[in-house]
Design a protein around this ligand. Sequence first.
Ligand code: ZN
Ligand code: ZN
Length: 163
Amino acid sequence: MDKKEKHERIKRTLKIVGPIVTAAGLILAVVGFVSFFSAFGSGGMPSLFWCAFIGLPIFVIGLRLTMAAFRREIATYHKNEAAPVVNEFAEDIKPAVQSVASAVRGETAAEGRICPQCGEQNGADAKFCQNCGSALQKVCPACGNSADAKAKFCDNCGHHFPE
Ligand SMILES: [Zn+2]
Ligand SMILES: [Zn+2]
């Protein structure tokens, strides 16, 4: 038999052995704890408490065997479940990543206007924020040039904008 076939056979065995070991460990642990707590109540010695000591590790080992045996099924399940979430998440953070990236490159002015109120990325010649409606530009009263809403002076004629 080749390696893959052997692997499959081990997995098939584990799929049966794993849950049995898990169940056996769980039963032992429960027996141990029940013994412990009933002895605690009656004041006697917990005669079967050792069951918990043996049962817990057996339970953990069984759980691991089961996990190993069903790894592919679990992975497939997680993949199917996680994929749309990841995509939605990526779509959510995309604009943020883009604005951070362009801010790092210093290209915000060329690519658009960041709203000073809410941080929304707007078009390069947007007059108002598409998210909150704040003014992004003002018109210079002296020369008619449009300037950034936060500008203190007109970059065309040097007019000082009132605060
Ligand atoms: Zn805004
Ligand atoms: Zn001006």
